[in-house]
Design a protein around this ligand. Structure first.
Ligand code: GLU
Length: 429
């Protein structure tokens, strides 16, 4: 629906500096000319369906009471229940969670999963709290958002700084409040609670699969290819290992503790073991320490941002010397940086496609929980790879047809699916 000037804009459409939500709105602007008659519904994509802010009061180990701010945003549920992770980070804001929820809607539709988009977050640095404190924070947060989540309504999952243990606490809290064990309320659970084999590695594996497809399109053999990775958590670490095992040279890695480089290729299994023990890569053997700004200028075949939003921006995009960028993180590239990379001929595989492996195996987990029938890991990886390859090839075909970037092509595919569902459902009442 077009804007009516008689009604005031919601605050999140009005502000000058919108952060990741502004990046998402710009991406929607860029896709609108390709939506044909469906553009009548495009306003739907610019507003989250529902956003909840909750107070999370918790008693800390020293007896004091702390209050945390938590969020759960359901961006769109036209194609199915909301789906998306929960992140714990000191910089989480409502507008960031809105953007992340919108990217989940686009991601689920881009790979054709029957989900809408949602996301949650709690504004805290989890490194400052004990395991017992994190359990109490997670449980109270879950109870507060319990009014809008559920196996058929909105299904959380792990994201930055949350993991299978966090999901176990969320599942238990929701189940206690419901009076029945509800395994399907979250995905990314431990295997003993109805989790899926292959879920932990799924996002990194998806990054690897589309990375190989994109490298092939760019004429780059994976054996011997140089790879630079920002972020060495679940996504970056798994992708690093899979590329390393395939014969690529991971020449640099950056995480919250520093940036390391070895022109001959880092010993990834050794870096992984070290990072696990020391909670970061700083101090690992056989690598030189480099300045964070030099990290972005390294000449490489593949660059994989797998950390937070807006890491590739107008300040560093020009100095990037990668042939292909595979977005393991959500929203790592700003629209200005996108334009700079396109003008340099860099192939960018967008987040909504490149990191969709996680939510794809979350979908498998949800299906397995509903049917109480569990698949083996080979079957899960096989199905994941088939979905990722087919999504990559249809997005590439749309990009070639319209002569647009893969990001705009992924948005054309996804937004068309979302708005077709929106239109055929019709407005209520
Ligand atoms: N947090 C992951 C993402 O950003 C996975 C979400 C999910 O599995 O629902 O895609």
């Amino acid at each position: 629906m077009s804007e009516n000037p008689k009604h005031s804009l919601p605050s999140y459409l009005d502000a000058k500096h919108l952060g990741p939500w502004g990046v998402y709105l710009e991406q929607v602007e860029r896709v609108t000319p390709y939506l044909g008659k469906l553009s009548k519904w495009v306003e739907t994509l610019k507003r989250p369906k529902r956003a909840l802010i909750v107070d999370v009061p918790v008693e800390l180990d020293d007896g004091t009471i702390a209050h945390f701010e938590g969020y759960r945003v359901q961006h769109n549920t036209s194609r199915g229940p909301g789906k998306g992770g929960v992140r714990f980070h000191q910089d989480v804001t409502l507008s960031e969670v809105m953007a992340l929820s919108a990217w989940m809607s686009v991601k689920a539709a881009a790979v054709n999963l029957p989900f809408g988009g949602a996301k949650g977050g709690v504004r805290l640095d989890p490194h400052n709290y004990s395991k017992a404190e994190l359990e109490r924070i997670t449980r109270r947060y879950t109870s507060e958002i319990g009014v809008i989540i559920g196996p058929n309504k909105d299904i959380p999952a792990p994201d930055v700084n949350t993991n299978a243990q966090t999901m176990a606490w969320m599942m238990d809290t929701y189940s206690m409040n419901e009076g029945a064990t509800a395994t399907g309320v979250v995905t990314g659970k431990p295997i003993s609670l109805g989790g899926s084999l292959g879920r932990v590695e799924a996002t990194g594996r998806g990054v690897y699969v589309v990375g190989c497809e994109a490298a092939r399109d760019a004429g780059i053999p994976i054996n011997g290819a140089r790879i630079v990775i920002q972020g060495f958590g679940n996504v970056g670490g798994t992708a690093a290992r899979l590329f390393h095992d395939a014969g690529a040279k991971v020449i640099a890695v950056q995480d919250h503790t520093g940036s390391i480089h070895n022109a001959n290729g880092l010993d990834i299994p050794a870096v992984q073991a070290y990072a696990l023990e020391h909670d970061g890569i700083a101090g690992v053997a056989n690598a030189e320490v480099i300045a964070p700004e030099d990290f972005w200028t390294l000449e490489t075949e593949l660059l994989i941002p797998a950390a937070l939003e807006s890491q590739i921006n107008k300040d560093n995009a020009d100095s990037i010397r990668a042939k292909v960028v595979i977005e393991g993180a959500n929203g790592p590239t700003t629209p200005e940086a996108d334009d700079i990379l396109v003008s340099k001929g860099t192939l960018v595989v967008p987040d909504v496609l490149a990191n969709a492996g996680g939510v794809t195996v979350s979908y498998f987990e949800w299906v397995q929980d509903f049917s109480s029938f569990f698949w083996n890991e080979a079957e899960i990886n096989h199905r994941l790879e088939a979905i990722m390859r087919s999504a990559y090839s249809s997005v590439s075909a749309v990009a070639a047809e319209h002569k647009v970037s893969q990001r705009t092509a992924a948005f054309i595919t996804a937004c068309t699916r979302i708005l077709e569902a929106r239109e055929v459902r019709g407005l209520y009442p």
